[in-house]
Each structure stands twice: as C-alpha cells, then as structure tokens.
Design a protein around this ligand. Sequence first.
Ligand code: SF4
Length: 712
Amino acid sequence: LVGNQVVDREVDSVCPFCGVGCLLTYQVKDEKIVSVTGRDGPANHNRLCVKGRFGFDYVEHAQRLTKPLIRKAGVPKDSHEISKPGHWSEVFREASWEEALMLAAGKLSSLKAQYGNKVLAGFGSAKGTNEEAYLFQKLVRIGFGSNNVDHCTRLCHASSVAALLEGVGSGAVSNQVNDVEHAGLIIVIGSNPTANHPVAATWMKNAAKNGTKIVLMDPRITDIGKYAWRTMQFKPDTDVALLNAMLFTIVEEGLVDQEFIEKRASNFEALRENVKNYSPEKMALICGVSASVIREVARAYATSKASMILWGMGVSQHVHGTDNARCLIALASVTGQVGKPGSGLHPLRGQNNVQGASDAGLIPMMFPNYQRVTDDSARAWFENFWASPLDKDPGYTVVEIMHQILADDSDPHKIRGMYIMGENPAMSDPDLNHARHALASLEHLVVQDIFMTETAWLADVVLPASAWPEKTGTASNTDRMVQMGRRALNPPGDAKPDLWIIQQIAQRMGLNWNYAGAESGVAAVYEEMRQAMHTVISGISWERLELESSVTYPCLTADDPGQPTVFIEHFDTKDGRVHLVPADIVPAHERPDEEFPFVLITGRQLEHWHTGSMTRRATVLDAIEPIATVSMHGEDIAKLGIEAGAVVTVQSRRGEVAIHVRRDDGTPVGAIFIPFAYYEAAANLMTNAALDPFGKIPEFKYCAVRVIVGGD
Ligand code: SF4
C-alpha cells in the first residue's frame, strides 16, 4: 500500500533527469508507474523536485517508438519539416529488427570500407547509463576506427572540465553539494539551481538559514537570490572582469593564503602580475558591479572559515568559458579554499549521467578515465585491454562534426555516416538551421531513441530504445556518486534495451561482442569499465552497488567508503600542485549592435528537461509549462509598447522564433532569456556556433538578437 493505493511492486532506481542524482522508488501497478517517492539517497535524503516526482508518465506516452523504422524510398530529408511531429508514418515504414540492424550497420561498414576510418562519427548520451556510454565509445573507437565520439558534455561543461584538468588534474567536483552546510560562504555563479538542480538548491537554502552566506553572481537574478547575502548582477559576458577584480582585491589586501600557495600551487607570480590590471574600480565600469561590493565579497570569500564555489553553464557556455573557470580555480587556490570540507570547486553537472558518460570515455580526446588518446602509453594500455589497434588522433567534437559533415567531398575526414544514441542535436546544437542541414546531408544516419525526436526525423534508420525505468544500469551524479538504476518496467512493443542494440550493431560491423548475463550483460560491461577505470572505481563492484545503491569515488578497495572531499593533500596534476592560469578579457563572439540590440541568453527551466523530448510528454510538467516563453525585463516590455503575454518575433542573424513574452525583472534590461526545450520556438535556431578554443563549447549564453512585436 502506497498512499491510498495498492501497488504491485516497488523498484528502487535513480531519477533520470538532472545531475543531482536523487534516489527514488517507482511504484508500479498493472505494468505502469503510478507514483514516485524519494529514497534516502546521499544526494537527496528523500527529497525530489517536481520533475523527479511527477515527470514519469512519458514512458507510456502514445508516441513511444515501438518498432524499428526505415526511411521510405525517395522521401527526402527535409529539415524544415521537423517542427511538425506526428506525421512520421508518411516518412518511415516499419521494419523487423534484423532488417533495420542490417541496414544500420551495413551502411556504416560500407562507408568505412569506401572512404576510410575517419568518415563515421557517434553521439552517445548523458541520459543513458555508464555501461551504455562505455560500450558506445568502445564501438566508435574499435568498430568505426576513429575517436569521433562525443556527447552533450560538449554543450554544457566542456570548458569547465578543460580548465579543471589543466588546473587541478581532475574534471570532477572537489566537494559534494551538501558540503555547503560546512561552508561559511558559498558563491553560486552562472547557475540557476532552484530550476536546474532543485534538490541541490534545498541544501543551499538550508545552509543559508543556518548562517552560511550565499553570494549570487549572475546576469540574471533567479530564485536563489532570495536567500543571498549579496547579489552581484554583472553584465553578461563580463565574468573575467569581475573575477579578476576579486583576485586583485585578494592580492592587494594581503588576503592570499601564502602557505598554501608556496606548498601547493604553481604559476602564482604570473597570476599576480596579470591581475594588477584589474582593479575593482576599473572593472566596475565593465561588469556593472560596484567596486565596494566586489571588495566586500572578495574579503568575505577569502576570510571565511570555508568557502565553496558552485557554478553552472552561465560560466561555461562562452567563448571564454575556460577562462571563466580558470579564474574560479585561481580564486579558490590563492585563498586556500579547496581541499577541506565546506570549500572547493563544484561545477554543477547537468544531466543525470553527464559525469559518468565523460568518465566512461564518451569524449573524442580521451579514453575512459580521461586517458588522452594522444598519450602513447595510455593508448598502448587500451590497445592491449581491448585487443584492438586504436586511432592516435583526437576525434571531432559535437559542433566540429556538424561542420565536417558539410566538408568538401575531397576531404578524407568528411563525416558521411553517424550513429546517434539518445541525443537530439537537431534541438540542442547551436545555429540549428546549419546543424539540421548538416544532419539532413549525411549519407547515412542511424538514430536510437524512445521518441521520434527532431533528430530522428532526419534519420535513415530509427531504432526504438528503452526509457530509463525500463533498464538496469549505473549513473554517476555531480557529486561523483556511482548509483544503481533498476528496471521497473519492460520496454513497449519491440523496443529494446540500448545495451542490446549497441551489441547488435557491433556484431554486424564485425565485432564479436556478446556480453553474457542478465539485462544484456550490463554487469559484465560494468566490470570491464571498472577495470578500465581501476585507478578511480576499483572498490565499487557491481555487487556492492546492488547492496549500497550509491558509492562515491575515488574508491579503491571494497571497504573504502569513498572520498567526498578530494585534493586534501595534493592535486591530481603530475606534480601534485594546482596550476594557476591567468586569464584576460575575451569578448563574446557576437556583440549587440543597432540592428540586433538585445543579448539572447538560453537555458533551462524547472519543469522541462533539455530538449523537452521527455518532460513535454509528461502530463503534469506539460500542464504547468505548456508553451514557450521569452523572459524580458518589465522596462523592455514597456519600451516595446506591449504587455506580458503578447507574441513577439525574436530574430538573430541565423534564425527566428515567434514566442510569448513573460515578464521577469530578474532578467537584465537589454537581455532576454529563452529555454531551449520547445521545438515550436527552438531557441537554438538563433544561437551562435562560435566555440571556446579549449573546451570547444558553443557560446549559448550570448548572441545578438532583435525583438519585433507580433509573429505567427
Ligand atoms: Fe531528479 Fe534533479 Fe529533481 Fe533530483 S533534483 S528529482 S535528480 S530532476
């Protein structure tokens, strides 16, 4: 009996949405999930947000894919048609699994045979399990023959990871979210945690009630601002100016932790020299935050008993995203605010398994466990481990792959065929008209998903996959916790587990893969991945996860409880020291002008998850937020002579959408905010594909647009 209803069974699993990684229990009756309750997991302690608690009935939506589909002969790939979902029976025909798999794998193989190893690419998914991510990247590296494999980490924290690997030698967080209760001060920068990491935000709010000072630094003042000790609403794109001004204050006022710097940091002199140019008085004119507030916050951060920095994509999604994160690493390091409880660096990871998918090697420049493909000894280790030769060149990243699809026919690296598992680049990539044109131009596109996504619409073969509650596997959350999800339902119709599909494709590309055991051999795949990541998760066996559900890494032995705080004695760099990297101001790639006077900021909202393919098909979530809106400051709405609720057309140099106006005075005057979950008003039609040179992340948080009253 759960609540007032009798259920058939309860199944413990993990939330499929954000990186907080709340443990939950599905209540199942008549082979349907009827409710979800929070479990006492280490990240959530029984709490769930609206997505975790109510966003489950997408799994039984009538639009679930239940049969393999093959594009009908002669039907063109029209990227303009994809905003009309529901007509796909005119485009695809049903097929048997054997026919679909033979076509999917056969054409990939023939493209490789005809044009060479570099012409295929794969996108895996941060919404899948660790085992799926591991096996998918292994398929691309061995079966396709290149490192052209990536996923949406490229669109969220790639620049943070680039800075962290360079600075501290590890891309993961140093301290867990609920460590905020031990902090005297926490900086929340470029993040809207009440919308994007809601349960994590509850720990921040609790900490604030118990005396922790929250400093919100963001161009948009969001709900967490109600709990803030100070809000620093800096102008969009001026992160480096603001953060360097804080570093200037800390150096000038003698607030550095000299002992920490001498024993544990390198390159401090270069940093000190660089920040001399960034006095708060000068930078206030650039970032719009007063010098007195910059100095006050810098002092409080440096002198608090423990200070922690949590950041989101407002930091990372810029052409200077890596520089932004370098400044945060420098702030924590010169003040000794890292390597102890309540301090440190926490990039709040977005999707439920973006941490794990990256750890598992679903990235083009690194094998599992961040071993660089260019490192001869690392590559030799994996060649031996997988008994296969491996490519020594880093592969293309997400946006680079879109460009390479449209490369000249004579280019031996022109991407001609792709396998996309669970990602939706036709909604999530920047400059969608370009990305959709690229996807439609592929000679062969295989898409594996649970719905006819905008990307699947452009496929040659569509393979019906399993939703999260329909499979067993692990995911790693933002806190470095490896957590066990368990199958609560069977997939509908002829839909299959993703792990099974990957192995079937591999077999038809000449690989003798057949992982033995239940659930498509998931435990065997996990154990292989554990060996590949033996320096981090060797103490986390499958059996241990079955018993404990959640174990934090690094964890090296069976009785190791895991390390919630890292860098206590040394950093993971070669010399054990944090490497400080000075950063200078690099302006956004596209600035507002007379023609396009507004700044467009894109992001997420509480009720909808990423490209909306799941949450917009969840009844409760769709009822709360059914239509796309553009958030604008009241002053800007008044200047346009309209009222909230009116329809406007937002245009950039690349695309436009018609959309309803929502008043939000937390959005700065001169900027607008659009969530990217709505296919009918796809924000990424307008965004700019300019990349951060280090993380190769697009500048989703800044491009120039204009707003015109009215629209279709
Ligand atoms: Fe799921 Fe994140 Fe909400 Fe937790 S906070 S219930 S993980 S969406």
